[in-house]
Design a protein around this ligand. Structure first.
Ligand code: PEP
Ligand code: MN
Length: 374
């Protein structure tokens, strides 16, 4: 399903002359000196397109630093005047929108916690109506593509056409390398729904760890995202928020210089021919895979019929374990990871079971179920 968003290209609201596109600045504006000095160092690198800073901070627990508030808008104004960098802040209420617009902030963004709440998004959207300001919408904290899309639609319906999404990863339970799991497939899904919508990656909030920022940023560009937003602080060791993930402007330069930009379209005819040849091989194999899976389903239905006639249960755990073991071993021998083979088999197997269920319970209404392994 393609989304019906009315949007303008990124170049209508951001200067795209610096490649890659990097929006940078501290997690939070803390003091006038910290913000202005950081902005100067960032501007001097010549690699930054816009300056970010949190003024109102949505903190998980009360009692933590909740942002410097409106006074920070004055500091941002000064930073912009002195460096020429356009500014970006997070807004979470109608009042934030009004204050940020009055202070001449150039770009607003909706934070992950706000995107998860349609009431909040609608309040922000209503406050934006009639203003021609660029807005970036972070993904919601939970891995729910519809909430992300819904927030983009609400903002777009309020007449905001200078729109982008920010991919900042998703909360998950249990130990992980990442502060917020990237779940790249969700960002890719958004791209499929809205191919023209720019997506900016936020490796700072995905990793929560400055050492991994370069790795995630590279991956974002490899997936054809349009830019990155990276937290940078003049002295991360004393940052009031997100200290572990902020980098000095000098470290940021290192990260940016190590990024390899690849083009989505191929210019050279030789490369293009070779790619076309390899792709046509892949297409043929995909056709075969689908054909074989379909054949497998027909056989599964025959088995279902046989089980029905002989009153046998659909699932025999031993049989499934045997298939899993045999096939993952075979996969390993062919250099497919056990995890991959297992996932693929589970998907195929759950569809087989569903088909057999239809055969066994013919004539009965089958509620639609999500494809998961039994
Ligand atoms: C931020 O960008 O500082 C921030 C609070 O991010 P998020 O909404 O992604 O948690
Ligand atoms: Mn932060």
């Amino acid at each position: 399903m393609k989304l019906n968003l009315n949007i303008q290209p990124l170049s209508s609201w951001l200067n795209l002359s610096k490649e890659p596109l990097v929006i940078a600045g501290p997690c939070s504006a803390e003091t006038e000196d910290q913000l202005v000095a950081t902005a100067h160092l960032l501007a001097k690198t010549g690699k930054i397109t816009a300056l970010r800073a949190g003024i109102w901070k949505p903190r998980t627990r009360p009692g933590e630093f909740e942002g410097i508030g409106s006074i920070g808008l004055e500091w941002l104004k000064r930073a912009k005047e002195e460096t020429g960098l356009p500014t970006a802040v997070e807004v979470a209420t109608a009042k934030h929108v009004e204050e940020a617009l009055n202070a001449g902030v150039d770009i607003l963004w909706v934070g992950a916690r706000s995107t998860a709440n349609p009431f909040t998004v609608q309040e922000i959207a209503d406050a934006l109506r009639g203003h021609d300001v660029p807005v970036m919408v972070k993904n919601p904290v939970n891995p729910d593509l519809s909430l992300w899309i819904g927030a983009l639609e609400r903002i777009n319906n309020a007449g905001i056409t200078k729109l982008a999404a920010i991919h900042r990863g998703f909360s998950s339970h249990g130990a992980s390398t990442f502060r917020n799991e990237p779940m790249w497939d969700l960002a890719i899904s958004l791209k499929t729904h809205a191919p023209d919508l720019p997506i900016i990656n936020d490796p700072s909030h995905i990793t929560g760890n400055r050492d991994l920022i370069g790795y995630v940023a590279q991956k974002a560009f490899d997936l054809d995202m349009q830019g990155v937003m990276i937290e940078s602080h003049i002295d991360p060791s004393v940052a009031w928020t997100d200290a572990k993930q902020q980098v000095t402007p000098a470290a940021l330069v290192d990260i940016i210089e190590n990024i390899t930009l690849r083009k989505p379209e191929v210019k050279s005819p030789a490369i293009s021919d070779k790619l076309a040849e390899l792709r046509s091989k892949i297409d043929k194999i995909d056709d075969l895979v689908i054909q074989k899976v379909a054949e497998r389903m027909t056989i599964a239905e025959q088995i279902g019929k046989y089980k029905k006639d002989n009153n046998i249960t659909i699932l025999q755990v031993n049989r499934w374990e045997e298939i899993l073991k045999k096939t993952t071993d075979y996969g390993k021998a062919l250099k497919l990871s056990a995890e991959f083979t297992e996932k693929l088999l589970e998907l195929i197997h759950s569809e087989s079971i569903r088909r057999q269920g239809e055969v066994l319970n013919e004539g009965q209404e089958q509620p639609a179920e999500k494809l998961t392994h039994v």
